[in-house]
Write a protein that binds this ligand. Structure first.
Ligand code: KIV
Ligand code: ZN
Length: 532
């Protein structure tokens, strides 16, 4: 058994499938920050994007390959449809990485063949084989996915897999594209592949699955028991429709229940050796980073990273936990990096203390970015006595998002109360550098601000979601505002943190408008699964 088989390979697709979630679009700087954090988390492979989708996607994959794809870093992968142009773009984009992978795919289910591809089975077989060989001419590390494998005829699937492995695929990924299978069916599919594909020992079996029926993680765990050794997953389970299998749930299930899973890896059940390479202490931080940069909020009852995941409300539970944690807790919150022992900074902390703490938290900022972060730190420290790690992270994430300003908020001023008509005045600098001021009356202060901004920005949109969360407890806490806008069927999110939630609301709105505006300016991006 080699290293690739005696533990699980974690393939993170937050930046590709995750970014396909409505409203989760990320710019290149945000993708880079997430990729660096994924490397710290210890993922084995980062699917950095679909290079052919647009020049922006190509640049992001290439930048991640260059910056994060070091010799001791993760493998950097680009998705490519089974087409020459896609594969060439993927090969070019991953070139700067020390370890690069091309992941090519074509659908194999009859329904996709008939309605999407309009191809026969033998045509698909030939394309798959030819495109894997083509990809192999650029890199040794080639992954192939038969899209919609969960609904494909297993006999045809075996035939395709045998051919692509002979053509050089080193990983064969089995996607439950529409989240249709059940755990026992998915496990049996992997078992069938192991038993019926004669050259399967020459490739790693990987799984990819969507959560339409809420079964993705359960399906993967059953696949692991039957021989799957690579899991394709995303942080917080984000992704197309109901999302992908959540990385944190898979990793913690394999960690907490390793006595149960060990024998499937040929280990004694009491072996303490980890089943993945993930540094679990980085999980919570990665979850918050992805949530704030994508604008995809984490539901409070979400397993592992939800706000309530380690909270005990009922008196009986609290009593039990105080006597012995194990009565109601199967894992320690510290294991995912949720620690109470945070370093606290305050208004007397200097630039060096902020830089050092940010470095310890994994943020290596340039001098310019550090200066911006320090100015924000001082502003907040003047209003808030103690600045925790979470506050610092919220401020830095906020700065990353505001960095690509097209519209810039210069001033926001509101008057409201139970005997006043909520009125907002705003000054906005537009992408041409003009400063524009206007005012509006609304049903409440936030409505008034958004109306005033709309009068100036003139970017049509519909507000579909608005939420405020507090970063830490306490009356002086930073408030984080996340909003989602819709325009012509597409969703754009915005996020901002400030001790004044009215200001945060205005900044979050401008942040979302900037994404919408940037999207309208750029060349339209291709979705890998809609176009053939
Ligand atoms: O869901 C899916 O089938 C995919 C493939 C491109 C692997 O995302
Ligand atoms: Zn997918």
């Amino acid at each position: 058994m080699n290293i690739r088989e005696d533990r699980i390979i974690i393939f993170d697709t937050t930046l590709r499938d995750g970014e396909q979630s409505p409203g989760a679009t990320l710019n290149i700087d945000e993708k880079l920050v997430i990729a660096k954090q994924l490397a710290r988390l210890g993922v084995d492979v980062i699917e950095a994007g679909f290079a052919f989708a647009s020049p922006g996607d190509f640049a992001a994959v290439s930048k991640i390959a260059q910056t994060v794809g070091t010799l001791d870093g993760p493998v950097i992968c680009s998705l490519a449809r089974a087409r020459h142009d896609d594969i060439k773009a993927a090969a070019e984009a991953i070139k700067p990485a020390a370890k690069g992978r091309i992941h090519t795919f074509i659908a194999t289910s009859d329904i996709h063949l008939e309605y999407k591809l309009k191809k026969t089975r033998s045509e698909v077989l030939a394309v798959a084989e030819e495109m894997v060989s083509f990809a192999k001419s650029f890199t040794n590390d080639v992954e192939f996915s038969p899209e919609d494998a969960g609904r494909s005829d297993p006999q045809f699937l075996y035939e395709v897999l045998e051919k692509v492995i002979n053509a050089g695929a080193t990983t064969v990924n089995i996607p439950d594209t529409v989240g249709y299978t059940t755990p026992s069916e998915f496990g049996a599919l992997i078992k069938g592949i192991k038993e019926n594909v004669p050259n399967i020992d020459k490739a790693i079996i990987s799984v990819h699955g969507h959560n339409d029926l809420g079964l993705a993680v359960a399906n993967f765990l059953e696949a692991v028991k039957n021989g799957a050794r690579q899991l394709e997953c995303t942080i917080n389970g984000i992704g197309e429709r109901a999302g992908n299998a959540a990385l944190e749930e898979l990793v913690m299930a394999l960690h907490v229940r390793r006595q149960y899973f060990n024998p499937f890896f040929g280990r004694p059940s009491d072996s303490e050796a980890p089943l993945t390479n993930i540094d679990t202490h980085q999980i919570y931080k990665t979850s918050r980073l992805v949530s704030s940069l994508t604008g995809m909020l984490v539901q409070p009852n979400k397993a592992i990273v939800g706000a309530n995941a380690f909270a005990h409300e009922s008196g009986i539970h609290q009593d039990g936990v105080l006597k012995n944690k194990l009565t109601y807790e199967i894992m320690d919150a510290q294991l995912i990096g949720l620690t109470q022992n945070q370093i606290v900074l305050g208004k007397h902390s200097g630039r060096n203390a902020v830089r050092t703490r940010l470095k310890e938290l994994g943020y290596e900022l340039s001098e310019t970015d550090l200066n911006r972060a320090f100015v924000r730190f001082k502003e907040v420290a003047d209003k808030k006595k103690e600045i925790t790690d979470w506050d610092l992270e919220a401020l830095v994430n906020d700065e990353i998002q505001q960095a690509a300003d097209l519209f810039k908020l210069e001033l926001v001023q509101v008057s409201c109360g139970d005997h006043a008509r909520p009125t907002a005045t705003i000054t906005l600098r537009n992408p041409d550098g003009q400063e524009l001021t206007d005012a509006a009356i609304g049903t409440g202060p936030v409505d008034a601000i958004y109306k005033a901004i709309n009068r100036v920005a003139n970017v049509p949109n519909q507000l579909i979601e608005f939420s405020v969360q507090s970063v830490t407890a306490g009356i002086d806490a930073l408030g984080e505002v996340t909003i989602r806008l819709q325009h012509e069927g597409r969703v754009f999110s915005g996020h901002a943190a400030n001790t004044d939630i009215i200001v945060a609301s205005a900044q979050a709105y401008v942040n979302a408008l900037n994404r919408l505006y940037a999207f309208n300016q750029q060349q339209q991006k291709i979705s890998p699964q809609l176009a053939s």
